[in-house]
Design a protein around this ligand. Structure first.
Ligand code: ATP
Length: 445
């Protein structure tokens, strides 16, 4: 089951501390959100899961963490200065401005102006003079600095194609039509992989990455029935793309893009390279007189080859929204309702709550703290020592935030060394020996 509407999720996120409107105490800023105590854990867990499967569990991917402020030349040669824009229309009746493909139903066609192009990149001043002569862009995607670092990574790791470079980080777009909570925002995070391959093998790699990314989403608890593949038609493809498959998810507001997997050909490395005419570049690139690096490799016959690129690009914020929506359940128990987030344990913000039954009993409290510290030391993520509220409230809260188990310490613990372990999904409780607790806990992951 998933949430009936986005408002249920927004309310849960605010109530329990996942996501807040940014600058809320000053009235908020549109399109900007802050991740609270639980949101930061969920987000980190999603990013770690992506990094683990993309970098650690493969032997052909390296990581990168490049600067966010980006030199103008990079985004000139990538094509962003000229083409990273949306067509905007104004509605003469309501006075609002919309992306041309996202005009709401209440605006009449005859009230709309002709579309005008509007660049989505944010600019900021760099250095001591603020006269517009020295500026940088806040990157609109993480991909470009992967391309500019291609030679650095190859030279420092001795990689040859096929191999990839992965990066997770912030991206900024001055979006005009903001939508559905954290779905389309102005500051967001991306998890991007640029996978460099031998030209001619690109179509097979593209298929393989679509399958591999689908499998990853399923491992995060997003069911296959909630996902659709959209083969982007050629007249909708971005200028650099030979083929793009979008992974679409049934968000509460409709079926929309969760991740895009593009075959970017040799456009990017070709565009950022020097000596372009020597390189047999297949895509159409603009002349580059500024780059000082040849972004190509020698093939076995000693000819220069510009690798093709397959790019799986997923948004972290859209991942948070999809994963929360999938995990959200309301269960009827007798005549009461229980909200429970059935998150996969590796994504749960809190891995276990350790609850002393009597909050003012020194022996029980210190035993509980000791157990919390032992479980925390296993390094599986945050374990919470829960020392407020009654046990019923504790269970309700931990169901709502997706904590897989609650461990209760009571007088019997002092007598016979057993604790109560309550399972989030079944609500089943069992007594477990303290000496077996670590094993029970580890088995969850
Ligand atoms: P859309 O048209 O839906 O805004 P896009 O096609 O422009 O998205 P891409 O440029 O392909 O998006 O970016 C890759 C991924 O980054 C998207 O699949 C999405 O998950 C995420 N993303 C892009 N723009 C935003 C945004 N404004 N807010 C949140 N996530 C975003």
């Amino acid at each position: 089951m998933s949430a009936k509407n986005i408002d249920e999720l927004i309310a849960l996120c605010k109530r329990r501390g996942f996501i807040f409107q940014s600058s809320e105490i000053y009235g908020g800023t549109q399109g900007l959100y802050d991740y609270g105590p639980l949101g930061v854990e969920l987000k980190n867990n999603i990013k770690n899961s992506w990094w683990k499967s993309t970098v650690y569990e493969r032997d052909d991917v390296e990581g990168l963490d490049a600067a966010i402020l980006t030199k103008q030349s990079v985004l000139k040669h990538s094509g962003h200065e000229d083409t990273f824009s949306d067509p905007l229309v104004d509605c003469k009746s309501c006075g609002e401005r919309f992306r041309a493909d996202q005009v709401p139903d209440y605006c009449k066609k005859e009230d709309l102006t002709e579309p005008r192009q509007f660049n989505l990149m944010f600019k900021t001043n760099v250095g001591p003079v603020d006269d517009g002569s020295s500026f940088a862009y806040l990157r609109p995607e993480t991909a470009q600095q992967i391309f500019t670092n291609f030679k650095n990574v190859v030279d420092s790791t001795a990689r040859n194609i096929p191999f990839g470079i992965a990066q997770i980080g912030k991206a900024f777009r001055n979006e005009i039509t903001l939508k559905s909570f954290i779905f389309r925002v102005r500051e967001f995070e991306q998890m991007e992989l640029e996978f460099f391959v031998v030209p001619g093998t690109d179509e097979d790699w593209h298929k393989e990455w679509v399958e591999s990314r689908l499998a990853w989403w399923e491992n995060q608890g997003v069911s296959r029935e909630s996902l659709e593949l959209y083969d982007v038609p050629s007249d909708e493809l971005a200028h650099y793309s030979k083929a793009t498959v979008d992974i679409m998810y049934k968000f509460p507001h409709g079926v929309e893009e969760l991740e895009g997997i593009a075959n970017r050909t040799d456009f990017d490395l070709g565009s950022h390279s020097k000596d372009q005419k020597d390189l047999n570049i297949k895509s159409s690139v603009s002349e580059n007189k500024e780059s000082n690096a040849k972004l190509a490799l020698k093939d076995p016959d000693n000819n220069w080859v510009v690798p093709f690129v397959i790019e799986p690009s997923a948004g972290v914020d859209r991942a948070v929204l999809a994963i929360l929506n999938e995990a959200y359940n309301i269960e009827k128990i007798d005549d009461k309702e229980r909200v429970v987030l059935k998150l996969k344990p590796h994504l749960s913000p809190i891995k276990a709550a350790v609850i002393p039954l009597k909050k003012n009993d020194e022996k029980i409290v210190s035993r509980a703290k000791n157990i919390k510290n032992k479980l925390q030391a296993l390094g599986m993520g945050r374990v919470l020592f829960e020392n407020s509220g009654n046990i019923g409230k504790n269970y309700r809260r931990h169901d709502e935030i997706g904590t897989p188990i609650c461990i209760t310490i009571d007088f019997d613990t002092l007598e016979d060394g057993t604790v109560t372990v309550r399972d989030r999904d079944t609500m089943h409780q069992k007594r477990v020996k303290e000496s077996e607790l670590e094993e029970t806990f580890k088995k969850l992951f």
